[in-house]
Write a protein that binds this ligand. Sequence first.
Ligand SMILES: *Cc1c(COP(=O)(O)O)cnc(C)c1O
Length: 402
Amino acid sequence: MSAISGNTAGCPDERGYFGNYGGAFVPPVLEGVLRGIREAYLELRVTGEFIDELRDLYLHYIGRPSPVYFAKNLTALVGGSSIYLKREDLNHTGAHKINHCMGEALVARRMGKTRLIAETGAGQHGVALATAAAITGLPCTIYMGTVDMEKERPNVTRMRLLGAEVVPVSRGLGTLKDAVDAAFEAYMEDPEGQFYAIGSVVGPDPFPMMVRDFQTVVGLEAREQFLEMTGGLPDCLVACVGGGSNAIGLFTAFLDDPGIDIYGVEPSGRGFRPGQHAATLTLGSPGLIHGFRCYLLQDEEGEPLPVYSVASGLDYPGVGPQHSHLKDTGRVRYETVSDSEAIEAFRVLSRVEGIIPALESAHAVAFSMELARRLGPGKSVLVNLSGRGDKDLDFVVDNYGL
Ligand SMILES: *Cc1c(COP(=O)(O)O)cnc(C)c1O
């Protein structure tokens, strides 16, 4: 099993750009710090000892490789192309996020950093990072809005049990944006000693590259598994896109196969009115957010617009710079799925396959069903099932019924 792949020819370039996107727009004091992380990481990713340590954790702790599963009941129900699921929901902690949190924690420890720091919205990134902190023995501080803490009590309890300090942020609206501000301020007090672990393929260089590399294991495994199962490669790939880490993790191993159609799925939420969706690549325009350039949902002044999705992991007004580039080159097509389509797919997959997907992943499942129907029998669609839906049960039942 391969652990990391750096086989992503010239992407990003030495300045951290994927085409016109990416870069590092940060205060001068951070420029040197980020350069230090980039250099340390580029060296670590070709260091046998580091690769072995990460591979060992993937194998024995996260439970990799996750299976590829032929969803025969779903395929029969849809009556079209064969649908396969890459089961990232079966990882320890229940989603793909642990892959890159583990990688970031190992980089931080090897660089001699003394603390991991991050913000979290619904708590998924916080839990994955707190887990990686526990196993690597690094102290961890997570900033979280007080409103989000109230909504996501089980995740707050999990983080604290795992030994992380959860700092309530009550300023502003007490949600994700305020937590980002508070975490960033705390980070700036000691950017050399602390490591700000970013939760997706976003942020300033080198994070989009580093987080991608730690997720490429998903596509490398899936490619091998699919070949072994079917004797060929899939015709299409599908993954949901919030910041874009699970999607780029699956896509990277297949980008050089021109015969494979690749789809990223964004949330159209309650419809295409401002504030009701988070379809960044579909409706956004190039801009600047959190220290990097990407497609952005923004107002005339370039301020990020409010966003919404039933899946809290997908509601970010920006998106990874590599996805922005892949949209422009046309190599990946970005489509949308609404709240109600995702909820329907959540129910269908649970009932016919006995797999309760995360609401984020349900967006990818919904699109794959439509695609399989459209393409008809004889083709295959490989979907990244990025996480399990236990975290979403109460929300779905309370708001949509059983
Ligand atoms: C956080 C999350 C996502 C969205 O993040 P990406 O970086 O776009 O992958 C998708 N699925 C699950 C289960 C998540 O927890």
